[in-house]
Design a protein around this ligand. Structure first.
Ligand code: UDX
Ligand code: ADP
Length: 464
């Protein structure tokens, strides 16, 4: 089966970069990314590629090369579905905020809407690929909707989980550790569909790095990979608290532990807590499905990874309050960074949101600087928590456009995201313009504590 036309529903952090790379690597395939969000599509089509809605190093160059050649962004969802041989679904799948499974299960309403739309519009057989992060058994749900609502058109459903990490999405897509394709391996049609997708990826990914499995293995592998990665972060964060009590240094512990080749050195960086759209959501999914099968011990085991992460965010905020003589009421706290990690403008589940919320409850006055996140996003993140009125959030928290402005006359600085630019700030100047004692809380172990202490700061570093 030769794929000539690909449609991707959802022009977000997954769909946008993934399709840009497929288009760049497969110039003979026409790739159309569609979204119902007109503003987002307009931004993807902005003449100035620096204005595309997603910040990822290297992405704008790829968009520049492929856009208008074989990469298109559109709001005509029906038109793109109709033309496509292969449809990727990469719409958002947030955690449910209502009803059964509230706070745990994935909300599949966007996926279901897509499936129904595909079934309504499709006039010829198609391969439909789940690309969003989804709980196990979503492919089965997709298949049931498509098979029961289409007009005799046949669909093959594949699971092709995304392993890209934000901030390094382009690198991860260009040279993935592996590509995973799950499908109906028991039928010839299923195997053909899988091969069609293998062919797309093998334009640039070595064949031995492309794995084919049954659908369930593919879906569960994605959740497992994210649960294992998040577990490592929670494990090292648990040790960070013990390090602070015992005089050990968590970086030294991480290095010593990571040099054991059975353990490995990656994902052992202690921080103010993991964020991002995947880790928490995927673990919650894992907990939810485990519970639904009556596997309570399995569910409790994984839930602890989240409990630890919540604790880490809370204890960082509490440390600020405690150090500032047990009150931050009316005190200016500068927050450097709002994104959940560096090199992305994504803020979903960012630790900064929860730290800010905690400090606002203590009546702090917060001033935020982040090089890539816009003020409206920061306010939307806080408003979403529903802790206080929108007016209060805007009154108590300000967003500024330079780190100097944020730190001026502040009682304390908290580093929440490990942006490279924070390493080289004019710290001496910043110190001069702060209230004394000038406190600095490094939630990312980014800065040199000794140098800062020498300048006069009272520096607290997580895990020291
Ligand atoms: C993750 C997975 O890595 C990726 O494979 C999957 O497709 C999506 O979820 P992402 O959430 O984009 O990617 O970023 P990741 O680099 O995994 O970081 C997640 C969070 O963990 C960030 O907040 C990061 O700061 C934190 N982290 C990561 C640590 O605190 N310490 C570490 O050592 C690594
Ligand atoms: P992810 O990180 O999974 O890519 P995002 O929220 O960044 O998630 O992107 C998902 C995109 O999917 C959003 O831009 C949203 O507007 C889009 N979307 C959701 N439902 C539909 C739909 N039925 N048709 C088209 N686009 C949709």
């Amino acid at each position: 089966m030769e794929i000539k036309n690909i449609c991707c529903i959802g022009a977000g952090y997954v769909g946008g970069p993934t399709m840009a790379v497929i288009a760049q690597k497969c110039p003979k395939i026409q790739v159309t990314v569609v979204d119902i969000n007109e503003k987002r599509i307009a931004a993807w089509n902005d003449e100035d590629v620096n204005n595309i809605p997603i910040y990822e190093p290297g992405l704008s160059d790829i968009v520049k090369e492929a856009r208008g050649r074989n990469l298109f962004f559109s709001t005509d969802v029906d038109g793109a579905i109709e033309k496509a041989d292969m449809i990727f679904i990469s719409v958002n799948t947030p955690t449910k905020t209502y009803g059964i499974g509230k706070g745990m299960a994935a909300d599949l309403k966007y996926i279901e809407l897509c499936a129904r739309q595909i079934a309504r519009v499709a006039k010829n057989d198609k391969i439909v690929i789940e690309k969003s992060t989804l709980p196990v058994r979503t492919a089965a749900a997709l298949k049931e909707i498509l098979d029961n609502t289409s007009n005799g058109v046949k669909f093959q459903i594949l699971s092709n989980p995304e392993f890209l990490a934000e901030g390094t999405a382009v690198e991860d897509l260009m040279a993935p550790d592996r590509v995973l394709i799950g499908g109906d391996i028991d039928t010839a049609e299923g195997r053909d569909a899988m091969q069609a997708l293998v062919k797309v990826y093998s334009s640039w990914v070595p064949r031995e790095n492309i794995l084919t499995t049954n659908v369930w293995s593919s879906e569960l592998s994605k959740l497992t990979a994210n649960a294992f990665l998040a577990q490592r972060v929670s494990s090292i964060n648990a040790m960070s608290e013990l390090c602070e009590k015992t005089g050990a240094d968590v970086n030294e512990v991480a290095k010593a532990v990571g040099m054991d080749s059975r353990i490995g050195s990656k994902f052992l960086k202690s921080s103010v807590g993991f964020g991002g759209s995947c880790f928490q959501k995927d673990i919650l999914n894992l907990v939810y499905i485990s519970k639904s099968f009556g596997l309570n011990e399995v569910a409790d085991y994984w839930e602890q990874v989240i409990t630890m992460n919540d604790h880490q965010k809370r204890r960082f905020a509490a440390k600020i309050v405690q150090t500032l003589f047990n009150t931050v009421a009316g005190k200016k706290i500068a927050m450097l960074g709002w994104a959940f990690k560096k090199d992305t403008n994504d803020t979903r589940e960012s630790a900064a949101i929860y730290v800010a919320d905690y400090l606002l409850n203590e009546q702090a006055e917060i001033v935020v600087y982040d090089p890539k996140v816009r003020a409206e996003q920061i306010y939307a993140d806080l408003d979403y928590l529903g802790t206080r009125s929108e007016a209060e959030n805007r009154n108590l928290l300000k967003v500024v456009s330079t780190p100097q402005q944020a730190c001026e006359e502040a009682h304390a600085i908290a580093v929440l995201t490990e942006w490279d630019e924070f390493k080289n700030l004019e710290w001496e100047n910043i110190y001069k313009n702060m209230l004394k004692p000038a406190f600095l809380f490094d939630g990312r172990r980014l800065l040199n504590k000794k140098e800062l202490d020498n300048l006069g700061f009272e520096t607290f570093v997580i895990g020291n």
